[in-house]
Design a protein around this ligand. Structure first.
Ligand code: HXC
Length: 512
C-alpha cells in the first residue's frame, strides 16, 4: 500500500472510531431511553439531508486528573458544525450523552464557543441540542469557565441571530442557563429534564420527595414555569417544529423575514365571529386562524399564561408576530405571567424585524393581593416598555373589551401603534359598565326606590357612552372602524403601506 493510501486508511479508521461516539453499549443505553443519538439528531432529524459539515471531530481534552489522562472521549462529548435547514445555513451543536454523559469540559465548551462565534460572524441561526450531565466533574473550574464563555456569547448573540435550544435529555445545574438565554426552548415529553437542583439535593436540603419529571420534566417546563416555549411528544415532532419555526425567521437582525406566497385562510372571518353576549367567552385562536395565511399559526408558549396568546403567522406572505388576549382563559386579563410572555415575544419580534399584530379583548389587569404581591406593577411595566420600544410596524385590532390600563398596554396609539382599528363591538372605557356604574352612581343607586332598576339604567347609560369604539374614533385614537369580515384585507393594505423598519441590531432578547 502506498504511503498516501496508508494515511487515508488510517484517517478512515480514526474517523469512524470518533463517529461512533461513546460506543455500542452507551448507544444501546441511549436508545433504551427512547432517545436518538446526537449524530442522528443532527444529520437525520434536523439538517437537510447530506448538508452537515462537521467541525472539530478530532478535538481532544487535556484533562489529567481523576483518570482523565487514560480517557479518550470522542469529539469530547459534543458534535459541532454547520448545515442547512429549509435550504438556509445554520450553526449547530449537539451534546452526545453517550460520551461521558455529554458532560461539559474545557474542550467541549471551546467547540461550542467556536460555532457560536461563527454563527455571529456569518449571521446565521444557532441551534443547540442539550443532553448532558452538566459540568464535567473531573475538570473542576475549567468546566465552569466553559459555561461562563457560553453564557457570555448567548447574551452577545441575543438579538443578532435567532438562538434555539432543544432539550433532549438532562440539562441540570447551571447548565440550564444557556438555553434560558436563548430565544426559544423546545422540550420533549419523558425525555427532557431541566432543573437547578436535582431530587437528591432537594431531599437532602428540604427533606422533600420529588420526582425528576415533576421537578423539571417537559410538562412542568411548558405549563408551569414557562421556561420552555414548545412542547412535543417525540423528538421527531420537536425537530419538525424547529424547522417550521425557522421558516418564519430571518437569518439575522440585518435581514427581513423570508417572503412566502400569500394564501388565504381556510375559513375567512364572517361579520359575527364573536358572541352576541359581551360576557360570553370565545377562543381567540379561531379568530387568528380566520385571518392569517392558510390559517396556519405557530403558537409560542401555548401551555403557559394561556390568558394571552402569542405566536407567528403570515399575512400576505409576510411574517407577523401576533399578541392576542384570550377571552376563553380568565376572560383574557393581563397578569404577571401574561405580561412577561407578551413582552418577551414583542422584543423578539422587534429584534428580528417582524411586524406586530395586537388583538385586544381584555377587561384589564387582574386585581388582587396575590398579583400585587407577585409584582404586577413591575411585570406589567415590561409590556408597556416592550411595545413603546418596538419600532417594527405595529398594528392593533380592538375586537371587544379594551378597558383601563390594558387598553393602553395592548399597543394603543399612545404607545406608538402605527394603525389602530376596531370592530363595531369594540368597547373602550376605564372599566366595564357594571363596575363603573356601581362606583360613580353608588349614591344614586343606594337612594333610589328601586336600586336594581336604577343600577341597570346607569349601566345602560355608561354603556351607551363608552362601550363602543366611537368616542375613541372621534378623537382619532382609532383610525378606522371595520366589520370583522374586512379585517384581513384592511390589515393587508396597512402592511403594504407600512414604512419598513430599519434593519440591524436594536437590542437583545433578555429573558423576562
Ligand atoms: C462527568 C458525568 C457527569 C458529569 C454524567 N457523567 N454526568 N461525568 N461529569 N457531570 C458520566 C457518568 O459518570 C457515566 O459515565 C455517564 O456519564 C452516564 O451517566 P449515568 O449516570 O450512567 O447516566 P444516567 O443514569 O442516565 O444519569 C444521568 C444523570 C447522572 C442524571 C445526568 O449522570 C447525574 O446525576 N450526573 C451528575 C449531574 C450533576 O450533578 N452535574 C453537575 C451539575 S452542576 P460512565 O463512564 O460510567 O459511562 C453544573 C454546574 C454548572 O453543571 C455551572 C455553570 C455556571
Amino acid at each position: 500500500m502506498s504511503s498516501i493510501m496508508k494515511s487515508v486508511s488510517d484517517f478512515l479508521s480514526r474517523f469512524s472510531q470518533k463517529q461512533k461516539g461513546g460506543g455500542e453499549k452507551a448507544i444501546e443505553k441511549q436508545k433504551k431511553k427512547g432517545k436518538h443519538t446526537a449524530r442522528e439528531r443532527v444529520e437525520d432529524l434536523l439538517l437537510d439531508s447530506g448538508t452537515f459539515l462537521e467541525t472539530d471531530l478530532f478535538v481532544e481534552h487535556s484533562a489529567r486528573d481523576f483518570g482523565m489522562d487514560r480517557k479518550e472521549l470522542a469529539g469530547d462529548g459534543v458534535i459541532t458544525g454547520f448545515g442547512k435547514v429549509n435550504d438556509s445555513p445554520v450553526a449547530v451543536f449537539a451534546q452526545d450523552f453517550t460520551v461521558a454523559g455529554g458532560s461539559l469540559g474545557r474542550a467541549h465548551a471551546a467547540k461550542i464557543v467556536k460555532v457560536m462565534d461563527a454563527a455571529g460572524e456569518s449571521g446565521i441561526p444557532l441551534i443547540g441540542i442539550n443532553d448532558s450531565g452538566g459540568a464535567r466533574i473531573q475538570e473542576g473550574v475549567e468546566s465552569l469557565c466553559g459555561y461562563g464563555d457560553i453564557f457570555f456569547r448567548n447574551t452577545r448573540l441575543s438579538g443578532v441571530v435567532p438562538q434555539i435550544s432543544i432539550i433532549l435529555g438532562p440539562c441540570a445545574g447551571g447548565a440550564v442557563y444557556s438555553p434560558a438565554l436563548t430565544d426559544f426552548v423546545f422540550v420533549v415529553n419523558r425525555i427532557s429534564n431541566m432543573f437547578i437542583t436535582g431530587p437528591q439535593v432537594i431531599k437532602t436540603v428540604l427533606g422533600e420527595d420529588v420526582t425528576q419529571e415533576e421537578l423539571g420534566g417537559a410538562r412542568t417546563q411548558t405549563a408551569i414555569t414557562g421556561n420552555a416555549h414548545f412542547y412535543s411528544e417525540s423528538e421527531v415532532e420537536a425537530f419538525a417544529t424547529v424547522k417550521k419555526l425557522l421558516t418564519f425567521l430571518p437569518a439575522n437582525s440585518s435581514e427581513k423575514p423570508p417572503l412566502h406566497r400569500s394564501v388565504p385562510p381556510l375559513k375567512p372571518l364572517s361579520d359575527d365571529v364573536i358572541p352576541d353576549d359581551r360576557k360570553q367567552a370565545y377562543s381567540v385562536r379561531d379568530i387568528i386562524r380566520g385571518l392569517v395565511d392558510s390559517s396556519d399559526f405557530l403558537e409560542v408558549h401555548e401551555q403557559w399564561a394561556r390568558n394571552i396568546v402569542v405566536g407567528l403567522a403570515r399575512l400576505g406572505g409576510r411574517t407577523i408576530g401576533i399578541i392576542a388576549n384570550q377571552p376563553k382563559v380568565l376572560a383574557g386579563v393581563l397578569d404577571v405571567n401574561a405580561s412577561d410572555k407578551a413582552a418577551r415575544f414583542i422584543r423578539f419580534c422587534d429584534a428580528f424585524n417582524i411586524p406586530l399584530l395586537t388583538m385586544v379583548d381584555t377587561p384589564g389587569y387582574l386585581p388582587g393581593v396575590d398579583q400585587e404581591h407577585a409584582g404586577v406593577i413591575r411585570h406589567g411595566a415590561k409590556l408597556l416598555y416592550a411595545y413603546s420600544e418596538a419600532t417594527v410596524p405595529k398594528l392593533t385590532l380592538i375586537m371587544r373589551k379594551a378597558y383601563g390600563g390594558a387598553y393602553i398596554a395592548m399597543c394603543s396609539r399612545h404607545l406608538g401603534a402605527d394603525f389602530v382599528t376596531s370592530w363595531p363591538s369594540g368597547e373602550i372605557a376605564v372599566m366595564g359598565p357594571e363596575g363603573a356604574a356601581n362606583i360613580i352612581f353608588r349614591k344614586d343607586i343606594a337612594e333610589a326606590d328601586d336600586p336594581d332598576a336604577c343600577r341597570q339604567e346607569k349601566i345602560d347609560e355608561y354603556e351607551d357612552k363608552f362601550s363602543n369604539p366611537y368616542v375613541a374614533a372621534s378623537k382619532g385614537y382609532i383610525d378606522t372602524i371595520i366589520r370583522s369580515s374586512q379585517t384581513r384585507d384592511t390589515l393587508l393594505s396597512v402592511l403594504e403601506l407600512a414604512v419598513p423598519d430599519k434593519v440591524g441590531r436594536k437590542h437583545g432578547n433578555i429573558p423576562l
